[in-house]
Design a protein around this ligand. Structure first.
Ligand code: GRF
Length: 189
C-alpha cells in the first residue's frame, strides 16, 4: 500500500512511520510527505530519508479550498491508498475527506474521546487524570471524532508538566502509529 504523510512541524511521527516502512515485509510504502508550512522541520528529515516532499504554505493560497485543491492535485500524482496525518495542525474539509473516505488516519495525543483538540496534556493534568495517552483514529469530518483504531496509555505522574507528559506520550505514539498503520493496511488487503 502507498501512503502519504501530512505534517506541520518536526514530524517525529512521520519519521517513525518512514523508519517502519523501511523494514522488510512492512505492507506500506511512504511515497510522499506533505506539509502546510514550508519551514516544517520534518520536510528535511523526510528528504534525508529519500522521500519526496511537498510544501503547500497556506498563506500562498487565497482560500482553504484553493489550498486543498493544490494538495489534492499533488496527491493525484502520488496515487496514495492511504493518508497519514502526523502532527498535521489543520482540519480537512468534508469535501477533501470524501476523496479518501475511510482511508485517512490521524494520531492524536489523548485517549479519545477525552480531550479532542489542542493542549491535551495540560488539560489532562488540570483534570487530575492519573492516565493519559494517544489514539490512532480514522479521520472524519468532525475534529478528532472518527472511529478509534488503537490507543496507548501512560501514567500521569505527580509533578508532571505538560512537557514531561508529552514526552512520555510521544514515545508511545512512535510505537502505536507504525503498528496501527500496518494492521490497517493489512485489513485493506
Ligand atoms: C504529537 O504530539 C502528535 O500527537 C500531535 O502533534 C505532536 C507533534 O507531532 N499530533 P510530530 O512530532 O510533528 O509528529
Amino acid at each position: 500500500k502507498r501512503a502519504v504523510v501530512f505534517i506541520s512541524g518536526g514530524g517525529s511521527n512521520m519519521v517513525a512511520l518512514a523508519r517502519a516502512a523501511q523494514t522488510p515485509g512492512y505492507p506500506v510504502e511512504i511515497v510522499g510527505v506533505i506539509a502546510d508550512k514550508a519551514d516544517a522541520g520534518g520536510l528535511e528529515k523526510a528528504a534525508s530519508m529519500g522521500i519526496p516532499t511537498f510544501a503547500f504554505q497556506r498563506g500562498d493560497f487565497d482560500s482553504k479550498a484553493a489550498h486543498e485543491r493544490a494538495i489534492l492535485t499533488c496527491l493525484e500524482g502520488l496515487t496514495p491508498d492511504l493518508l497519514c496525518l502526523a502532527g498535521y495542525m489543520r482540519l480537512l474539509s468534508a469535501d477533501f475527506i470524501r476523496h479518501y473516505e475511510g482511508r485517512i488516519l490521524n494520531i492524536h495525543p489523548s485517549l479519545l474521546p477525552l480531550f479532542p483538540g489542542l493542549h491535551t496534556h495540560q488539560r489532562a493534568i488540570d483534570a487530575g487524570m492519573t492516565e493519559a495517552g494517544c489514539t490512532v483514529h480514522v479521520v472524519t469530518e468532525g475534529m478528532d471524532e472518527g472511529p478509534v483504531l488503537a490507543q496507548a496509555r501512560v501514567p500521569v505522574l505527580p509533578g508532571d508538566t505538560a512537557e514531561t507528559l508529552a514526552a512520555r506520550v510521544l514515545v508511545e505514539e512512535h510505537k502505536l502509529y507504525p503498528a496501527t498503520l500496518r494492521a490497517f493496511a493489512e485489513d485493506l488487503v
